[in-house]
Design a protein. Structure first.
Lengths: 918, 484
C-alpha cells in the first residue's frame, strides 16, 4: 500500500510536469573512479601480461596488494600518492621501444596516462567492482523536471518506480520515451511474455472490450496465475539447467528425466521463492527427510552429460560432469565465469585457481559416477508400493529411530549407497563388459577394495546369468582368504536382471573383498554372471517382533520391482568420501594441493552459519549478503522481457562483462526482490510488466537509430523475434491446433525422415499420435546430438551446456522452415479453415479474419490489398493445375478457393510482424 | 593479391575494432552491442558478408574428408616392416605400463601390417595396395605421420578434431571459418556437411555445430535422400510460381510494415526470404549429379541416386566450384576392432578402402584439372590411429583381426592450396607406436588449415563466458614444413 501511494504520487508529479529533461548536478573536481576510469585501462592495456595468468616482471595488477608489491627489479611499480616516482608511470612515458610499456604495443594516450597518474597521486585505491558490492536499498531518482509546453509524449509514461530510473537515463541522452503501445499490441506482447502463447480470440475479446482503468493490471494478474506461465518460464530455466531427454556423447540414448522438467513448471507456477528454488535444486537431498519432489529438484545437476561409449573411463566423465556443475552453478547464480579459473587464476577478476576447486569440493561427493544406469535414480513407486515404503520406514523408526529409518528409506528410494563394477580391480579372467558391467569367466576373480563390513549382513546385487551352474564365492583379504560367502547363481530369464541377496559371514572392519566365479559348464569366453552393482546392507531390525516376515518380504519385493527412475543427487557415505585436489593446469590426472569447500574471498564470507556441503553452499548463494544472486536473477528476467539484460553479458558480471545500462535500477529491483518480494519471481515480473517502460510502443524512430540503435536506454519497447518454441507454438495456437495438455513424457511431433542416425543406438523418432503431435514445444523430445531441426534453425539450444542467452539470428533457413515445414503448412490449412465461416463471405473478409486472429487488429488496407492480390494469383494457378489444390490441402474435396486461402494463411504466418513480438 | 596498405588496414581493423570480429557479428545478430562508427545498422545485419582474411591466404575453401571410426595408419601409409617381424609376439610391458586403452586388456599380441606396401611417385611415399588409385597422386599430397591426440574414445576424439575440445559445446572448424570469412555465395550455405556410411559420426551433429557462435554458422547437412537441405522443397501441390508470388507478397507487406515500425531487422528478413527462394533453386541444382558427363562418373565411380562417399566427393567438387567455403565429408565405418567381419582389419577395412580410393583420388584430379586445387585445401584423416597390437577385448581374442584405438600417432594428409605435394612430415618408431620426430597436435593441424585460409588461429576469437575463445584453445602452430 505504501508503495502504491508513493508510486501514484510520483506519477502525478510526472504527469503534471512532463518529464523531458533532467538537469544533472555535477559535483566538483571528482576523485578518479577506479572502476569507471582506471580498471578499463588496466584490463585493456596491461592485464594480459600483468594479471592472473601472466605476471611479467613479477608485477600483477589484479589485486592492490600485488600491485604495490616489490617487482622483479626490486622496487614496487606503484607508490601511492607519488606518481612521479612510480615506475609504472615512468615506463608508460619512455621513448625507448624496448623499455616503454605496453611492450611492443601502441603507447597509452596522454589522457589515459593522466588518469593513471592522478589515480596514483590520489592513493592508488582499488575500488570494488560494482557486482561485488552488496546490494543496498536505492532511492528512486529524485529528478528535477522541467516543464514543457504542449503535450509531451511521455506525459503518462511513468507507471511505477522502474520508469523513473529509465527516464533519468533517457534524459541524459536527450531521448524521450515512446507513447504507449496499442491495446492489441500490448496484449499480445504480455501474453507471449508471461505465458509464451498468444491469446485465444475469446481471451482477446475479453481484454479488448474491458474498458476498466485497471484492465491491464487485471490481465497481468490473470496471466501470472495461468498454468501456462510456468511452461513459458520453464523454457527459460531449462536452457540454464541444460535439460535434455538424452545422455549426450556417442550413443546419446534416452534419459528419463522429464519429471525434473515438470518439477520446474510446478515450482514456477507455485511461485516457489527463488531462494527455496535454489536450495531444492542444488541440495534438496540434504534437506531433512526430503520429499520425492525435493529429490527430483536435484536432477538440475543430473542434467550433465553421461558417456556410454564403449571403452570410456567413468571417472573421466564423472569429473567432466563435476566441472560442468561448478561452471554452471557459477554462471547460473553468480554470472561469473568460473571456467576461467579451472586452469589458472582469473585473468581479470578477483578469483584464484584454488577458488575453483574449493567450489568443486562442494560437489565432489555425490554418488553419481557416470554409470550406464545413471545411478542414483529416484524410483517412482505407485501408491501401493509407496505405502509399503512408509510402513517399512515406520517399522524401522519404531525400533531403531530416525537415523536408520532414513537410511532404509533412502535405499528403497534410490538404492544408495552402493558400489559399481568400475570400483573393482585385480581382474583375473574377467573384465568389465563393454567397460560397464562386471563379467568374470570360469575360475576368474576380481577385487573390491576397502569395504567396511562392520554391521553388514549381506551383499545385494542385480545380475544376469545365461546358464545354470554358476557359483560365487566371496573371500576377504586374498584370493584364497577367509570365506565370507558361497552362493549359487541360478540362471536368469531374458534381459531382466534378478536381485540376489548373499549373506556374509559376520566380519568386522574395512576389508578387501575377492569375488570368485565358477561355472565349468561354460565355454571359455562366457562370463558366469553379468552384475550391475553391489550394495552391502544390514538386516532390517526387529526380527523378534511379529510381522517381521512381511516387512522383510515387502522390502525384497520393492527392490525387485521394475520401476522407472529419475536421476537425482545423493551424497556419499563417509566411507565413500572423496578428497578434492587442485588439478594442476586444469588437468584432472595431475593432482595438486588438497582443498576443502570454500568460496572466493571477494564475496560474502562462508562462515560458521553454513555447513560445508552443498546445502550450506546453496544457502550461502541465496543469502541477502551475496552480491550476485539477486542481481543475476533480476538481470535474467529483465532479459527475457526486454531482449537484453541490464547487464548485456548475462553470463558475466566480471570486469570483462558489459557495464550495466541502469545499475541503480538493477540494484533497486534486486533489493526489492529479496526484501520486499521475499524472492517471489512473479512479483518481480509483475513490477516490470506494469511499468510504463514495458508498455511503450516499439516503433523505431530515426532519433532512436541515431542515438541508441541497440535500444539500451529503452526509449521504445524492443521488437524481438519469437523464440524457436514460440514460432511453432504460435502457429499451432492461432490455428487452434495447440494441445493444452501439460506434463509427462516428452513427445515426438513431426520432423523430416532420417534425422536420427546415432551410432549404436536402436532408438528412433516415433511420431506421436493425436493431440500429442500438437503439444507445446517445451514437451518436444530433446536429443543432444540430434536436436529438433526446426528449433535449431531458430536458435534453440542443444542443451549440451548451460546457455544464458540465445543469440538471435535472421537467416534464409528460418524462412524455409516457416514456408515449407509441414507443421506450418498444417497450421495454415487449419487457420484458413477456421476463418472460412458464413460470416466471412468474401476473400477479403477471410484474409482479414485470419490476420485478426493472429494480431488482434484489422489489417491495414494497403497490406490487405497485397494479400488479396496473392489470393487471386494463387486461385488462378490452382484452377489451372489439375489436383494441385487437393494435394496442397491433402483433402479430396479441396477447391482452388480453399487452397488460395491457405496460401494467404501461410503468407500471414510468415509476416515479420507475426514472427516478432512488437 | 591485396595491396600492402589495404592489407595492413584490414589487419588493423580486425585487431582493433573493439573485440575484433566478435563484436561486429554479435552486435548485428543481437541487435545490440557497441555500434561502430561509419557502420550503418543495415550493413551490420548480414553475418555471411564475405570478410577479408587476416593476411592473404592460399586457400579460399576447404574440403575435409573425415573417416569416422579412425582408419588404420598401419595398413595405409605408415609402413612398418619391423612390426611384420613381431607379428603375434606378446606386447612388451614397456608399451603397456601406465597406458590406458579403450578395449585392450592384459597383455595383447603385436599385429603385423595386413597390407602390401610400395613406394609411389617421385617422392617415394609408401602407400599400400589398399589404395591403388590414390597411389597415383602421391606427389600431390603431404603426409603428416606424427599426429597425436589425447582422446581414445570416438565421440570426444572427433569433437577434438573438429572443435578443438573433447567436450561438447564448442564451435566446429567450419563454423569458425564461415564466421571468420563469411560466404562468397549467398545462394548456398557457407558450410555444408555430407555424410556416408549409413550413420552420423559418433559425436553426432555436434561436430558440425556452431557451439557458442551464432547459429547461422552451423554446418548445413545436405542429404542425398529426402530434401537435399531440410525444408527445401515446396509443400506438395504448390508450384514455383505461386511460391514466388507468396514471397513477393510477404515481402510487400513487410515493406509496408517497415515504413511503420522502422526496424532495420525487417529489411534483413526481406532479404532472407529472397535468399531462401534462391536457395530453393540453387541447392537442388548443385546437389544433382545426374547431368555430370560419363567420364566424370567413371572417374569418381559415382552412381546417381545412391548415398555414397563417391557421390559426396563429386558433390564436394560441385559445391566448392560454387564457392561454398567449407565442405565437410564424414564417412562412417572405419572402426576396425575385429569384433565382426565388417570391422576386421583384413576384410571390412579393405572393403572400406575400396569405397574411398577411387573417389578421393578423383576429387584431387578433378579439382586439379579445373584449376581449383590451387585454392582448395583438401584434408583427410580420422580421429585417432590404431594400435600396433591386436585387440583382445575383455582380455580374450576378438573373433577377427583388429586394432584398438591409438592416440600416440596417426597419419593425416593434406593437398592443394599451398601444401607442398610429395612431402612427408613426421616419422614414427619402428612399430608405429610413438612419433620420433615431426610430432604434431590436432591444434597444429587446425592452425594450419586456418593459416592456409589466411586466418591467424590466435586472432580468430570469439568472446564467450567472459573470455575470448578460439578453435585451437591455448596451443597450436601452423605446420610450416608442409607448406610451400
Amino acid at each position: 500500500m505504501e508503495r502504491q501511494s508513493r508510486t501514484s504520487r510520483l506519477t502525478i508529479f510526472a504527469a503534471v510536469l512532463g518529464v523531458t529533461a533532467i538537469l544533472l548536478v555535477s559535483c566538483g573536481e571528482a576523485k578518479v573512479d577506479f572502476n569507471a576510469d582506471v580498471k578499463p585501462i588496466l584490463n585493456k592495456r596491461c592485464i594480459s601480461c600483468h594479471g592472473g595468468v601472466k605476471r611479467n616482471g613479477n608485477f600483477s595488477l589484479l589485486f592492490r596488494h600485488e600491485a604495490l608489491d616489490t617487482t622483479e627489479s626490486g622496487k614496487p611499480a606503484i607508490i601511492p600518492f607519488n606518481a612521479a616516482h612510480s615506475e609504472m608511470i615512468r615506463r608508460l612515458t619512455l621513448k625507448d621501444p624496448e623499455e616503454r610499456m605496453p611492450y611492443k604495443e601502441e603507447s597509452l594516450s596522454e589522457h589515459e596516462i593522466d588518469i593513471l597518474r592522478r589515480w596514483i597521486d590520489q592513493g592508488a585505491e582499488w575500488g570494488k567492482h560494482w557486482a561485488y558490492v552488496p546490494v543496498k536499498s536505492v532511492d528512486v531518482p529524485l529528478t528535477i523536471m522541467a516543464a514543457q509546453s504542449g503535450s509531451p509524449p511521455d506525459a503518462h509514461f511513468a507507471q511505477n518506480e522502474i520508469d523513473h530510473f529509465v527516464l533519468s537515463k533517457l534524459a541524459e541522452s536527450q531521448l524521450a520515451p515512446s507513447p504507449p503501445a496499442t491495446k492489441a499490441t500490448l496484449m499480445r506482447r504480455v501474453y507471449l511474455d508471461l505465458t509464451g502463447l498468444p491469446p485465444t480470440p475469446e481471451q482477446a475479446a475479453k481484454f479488448l472490450d474491458n474498458n476498466h482503468p485497471d484492465a491491464y493490471t487485471q490481465l497481468v494478474d490473470t496471466l501470472l496465475a495461468s498454468p501456462h506461465f510456468g511452461e513459458k518460464w520453464a523454457s527459460w530455466w531449462l536452457d540454464l539447467a541444460r535439460y535434455s531427454d538424452t545422455k549426450g556423447y556417442e550413443r546419446d540414448v534416452g534419459r528419463n528425466i522429464w519429471r525434473y522438467r515438470d518439477w520446474v513448471i510446478n515450482a514456477i507456477n507455485d511461485d516457489m521463492p527463488f531462494d527455496q528454488f535454489t536450495i531444492e535444486q542444488l541440495a534438496g537431498d540434504l534437506l531433512p527427510n526430503p520429499t520425492d519432489d525435493q529429490l527430483i529438484a536435484t536432477a538440475f545437476h543430473r542434467n550433465t552429460m553421461n558417456n556410454d561409449e564403449g571403452g570410456t573411463e567413468d571417472e573421466e566423465f564423472r569429473v567432466a560432469a563435476l566441472l560442468d556443475r561448478v561452471n554452471t552453478t557459477w554462471e547460473v547464480w553468480q554470472s561469473t565465469t568460473m571456467g576461467c579459473v579451472q586452469c589458472h587464476s582469473h585473468p581479470y577478476d578477483p578469483f584464484v585457481h584454488k577458488d575453483y576447486f574449493r567450489s568443486l569440493a562442494f560437489f565432489n561427493n555425490t554418488r553419481d559416477e557416470d554409470t550406464h544406469g545413471e545411478h542414483p535414480k529416484l524410483r517412482v513407486y505407485d501408491d501401493q508400493a509407496t505405502a509399503k515404503v512408509r510402513a517399512i520406514r515406520d517399522w524401522v523408526k519404531n525400533i531403531e529411530g530416525e537415523r536408520e529409518a532414513s537410511a532404509v528409506t533412502q535405499f528403497l528410494k534410490t538404492l544408495e549407497p552402493k558400489y559399481h563394477p568400475h570400483d573393482f580391480d585385480e581382474f583375473d579372467n574377467g573384465e568389465l563388459i563393454d567397460t560397464k558391467w562386471l563379467g568374470v569367466r570360469h575360475n576368474g576373480s576380481a577385487r573390491l577394495k576397502q569395504i567396511n563390513l562392520t554391521n553388514k549382513d549381506y551383499v545385494l546385487f542385480p545380475y544376469l546369468a545365461f546358464r545354470e551352474g554358476g557359483i560365487l564365492e566371496i573371500r576377504a583379504d586374498r584370493r584364497n582368504g577367509p570365506l565370507l560367502a558361497r552362493q549359487a547363481l541360478p540362471a536368469t530369464s531374458g534381459w531382466k536382471r534378478k536381485m540376489l541377496r548373499v549373506n556374509l559371514a559376520k566380519t568386522e572392519g574395512v576389508r578387501d573383498l575377492y569375488f570368485l566365479f565358477r561355472n565349468p559348464a561354460l565355454n571359455p569366453g562366457e562370463v558366469v554372471a553379468d552384475i550391475e552393482w553391489f550394495a552391502f546392507r544390514r538386516e532390517i531390525p526387529g526380527k523378534q517382533f511379529p510381522g517381521y516376515q512381511k516387512v522383510e518380504n515387502d522390502f525384497a519385493a520393492l527392490l525387485d520391482l521394475g520401476v522407472e527412475g529419475t536421476p537425482v543427487m545423493i551424497e556419499n557415505t563417509p566411507e565413500q568420501f572423496r578428497k578434492t585436489h587442485i588439478f594442476e593446469r586444469g588437468n584432472w590426472l595431475v593432482r595438486g594441493e588438497e582443498v576443502t569447500p570454500g568460496v572466493p574471498e571477494i564475496l560474502n564470507p562462508f562462515n560458521g552459519r553454513y555447513t560445508p556441503n552443498r546445502l550450506g553452499y546453496a544457502q550461502w548463494l541465496v543469502s541477502p549478503e551475496n552480491p550476485l544472486t539477486s542481481r543475476t536473477v533480476v538481470n535474467r528476467i529483465w532479459e527475457q522481457l526486454f531482449g537484453n539484460g541490464i547487464v548485456e553479458t548475462l553470463e558475466d558480471f566480471g570486469t570483462q562483462g558489459a557495464i550495466p545500462s541502469h545499475q541503480e535500477l538493477l540494484d533497486w529491483l534486486s533489493h526489492r526482490l529479496m526484501h520486499d518480494h521475499r524472492w517471489s519471481l512473479k512479483l518481480l515480473i509483475r513490477d516490470i510488466v506494469l511499468s510504463g517502460t514495458y508498455r511503450q510502443d516499439s516503433k523505431v524512430r530515426p532519433d532512436h537509430l541515431e542515438k541508441d540503435p541497440w535500444n539500451r536506454l529503452l526509449a521504445r519497447s524492443p521488437r524481438i523475434r519469437l523464440t524457436a518454441e514460440q514460432v511453432r507454438d504460435q502457429a499451432l495456437a492461432v490455428s487452434g491446433l495447440l494441445s493444452k495438455k501439460m506434463y509427462g513424457k516428452p513427445v515426438m511431433p513431426y520432423q523430416p525422415q532420417g534425422i536420427w542416425n546415432s551410432v549404436w543406438s536402436g532408438e528412433y523418432w516415433e511420431l506421436s499420435k493425436d493431440e500429442d503431435q500438437y503439444r507445446r514445444s517445451l514437451y518436444t523430445y530433446s536429443k543432444r546430438t540430434s536436436p529438433y531441426p526446426a528449433f535449431m534453425m531458430f536458435d534453440g539450444s542443444t542443451r549440451e551446456v548451460c546457455v544464458s542467452r540465445r543469440i538471435r539470428t535472421n537467416t534464409p533457413l528460418q524462412a524455409l522452415v516457416t514456408l515449407n515445414d509441414s507443421s506450418h503448412v498444417i497450421a495454415a490449412r487449419t487457420l484458413a479453415s477456421v476463418c472460412t465461416t458464413t460470416e466471412t463471405t468474401t476473400p477479403r473478409q477471410r484474409i482479414n479474419a485470419m490476420y485478426k486472429r493472429i494480431l488482434y487488429t484489422d489489417m491495414k488496407p494497403e497490406k490487405l490489398a497485397i494479400m488479396e492480390e496473392l489470393y487471386s494469383q494463387a486461385l488462378m494457378s490452382f484452377k489451372n493445375a489439375n489436383l494441385a489444390a487437393q494435394k496442397y490441402l491433402a483433402r479430396d474435396t479441396a477447391t482452388p478457393d480453399n487452397a488460395a486461402l491457405v496460401v494467404v494463411a501461410q503468407a500471414l504466418l510468415n509476416l515479420d510482424e507475426v514472427l516478432n513480438k512488437e | 593479391m591485396m595491396e600492402p596498405l589495404q592489407h595492413i588496414s584490414r589487419r588493423h581493423f580486425l585487431r582493433e575494432s573493439a573485440a575484433g570480429l566478435g563484436t561486429i557479428a554479435l552486435g548485428s545478430l543481437l541487435g545490440c552491442g557497441v555500434p561502430r562508427e561509419q557502420q550503418s545498422v543495415a550493413a551490420l545485419t548480414d553475418p555471411f558478408a564475405a570478410r577479408p582474411p587476416h593476411f592473404p591466404g592460399r586457400a579460399r575453401r576447404v574440403i575435409y574428408l573425415h573417416m569416422a571410426g579412425a582408419p588404420s595408419q598401419l595398413e595405409l601409409f605408415d609402413f612398418k616392416p619391423e612390426l611384420a617381424r613381431l607379428d603375434n609376439e606378446l606386447c612388451p610391458p614397456s608399451l603397456l605400463d601406465g597406458k590406458k586403452f579403450a578395449f585392450i586388456r592384459g597383455v595383447p599380441r603385436m599385429l603385423g601390417p595386413k597390407a602390401v606396401f610400395k613406394q609411389r611417385g617421385q617422392s617415394g611415399a609408401y602407400i599400400s595396395d589398399h589404395l591403388p588409385h590414390f597411389a597415383s597422386v602421391a606427389d600431390d599430397v603431404a603426409f603428416l605421420k606424427g599426429v597425436y591426440t589425447d582422446q581414445f574414445n570416438h565421440a570426444p576424439a572427433q569433437l577434438y578434431v573438429h572443435t578443438g575440445s573433447p567436450r561438447l559445446g564448442r564451435p566446429s572448424i567450419g563454423s569458425w571459418v564461415t564466421y571468420g570469412l563469411g560466404s562468397e555465395n549467398s545462394n548456398l550455405p557457407g558450410f555444408v556437411v555430407l555424410t556416408s556410411g549409413g550413420k552420423t559420426p559418433d559425436a553426432g551433429k555436434s561436430i558440425w555445430g556452431n557451439g557458442f557462435l551464432p547459429s547461422v554458422y552451423q554446418g548445413v547437412q545436405c542429404r542425398s535422400e529426402g530434401d537435399p537441405v531440410l525444408f527445401l522443397s515446396d509443400p506438395e501441390g504448390m508450384d514455383r510460381e505461386t511460391k514466388k508470388k507468396m514471397i513477393d507478397a510477404i515481402n510487400g507487406v513487410n515493406r509496408v510494415h517497415h515504413a511503420d515500425a522502422g526496424d532495420p531487422e525487417t529489411l534483413t528478413r526481406i532479404a532472407q526470404y529472397e535468399m531462401a527462394y534462391q536457395m530453393q533453386i540453387t541447392v537442388p541444382e548443385v546437389m544433382n549429379i545426374n547431368n555430370e558427363p560419363e567420364h566424370i562418373h567413371k572417374l569418381y565411380g559415382t552412381t546417381p541416386g545412391e548415398s555414397s562417399f563417391a557421390n559426396n566427393c563429386l558433390l564436394a567438387r560441385k559445391l566448392v566450384e560454387k564457392d561454398v567455403r567449407f565442405v565437410q565429408l564424414f564417412d562412417w565405418g572405419w572402426d576396425s576392432h575385429g569384433t565382426d567381419e565388417s570391422l576386421a582389419i583384413d576384410i571390412g577395412f579393405r572393403n572400406k578402402c575400396r569405397e574411398i580410393d577411387r573417389a578421393m583420388t578423383a576429387l584431387i584430379l578433378d579439382l586439379k584439372q579445373r584449376g581449383l586445387l590451387d585454392e582448395t585445401l583438401v584434408v583427410w584423416g580420422g580421429e585417432f590411429g590404431r594400435t600396433p597390437m591386436q585387440e583382445n577385448r575383455e582380455n580374450k581374442n576378438n573373433p577377427f583381426l583388429g586394432r584398438d584405438h591409438h592416440v600416440e600417432a596417426f597419419t593425416m594428409w593434406m593437398a592443394g592450396a599451398g601444401i607442398k605435394g610429395g612431402t612427408t612430415w613426421g616419422e614414427t618408431d619402428e612399430i608405429g607406436y610413438y612419433p620420433v620426430n615431426g610430432k604434431v597436435s590436432l591444434h597444429d593441424v587446425q592452425a594450419t588449415i586456418l593459416h592456409q585460409l589466411g586466418l591467424d588461429h590466435e586472432k580468430l576469437t570469439y568472446h564467450f563466458q567472459g573470455r575470448p575463445f578460439r578453435l585451437t584453445d591455448v596451443s597450436g602452430k601452423p605446420i610450416s614444413e608442409i607448406l610451400i
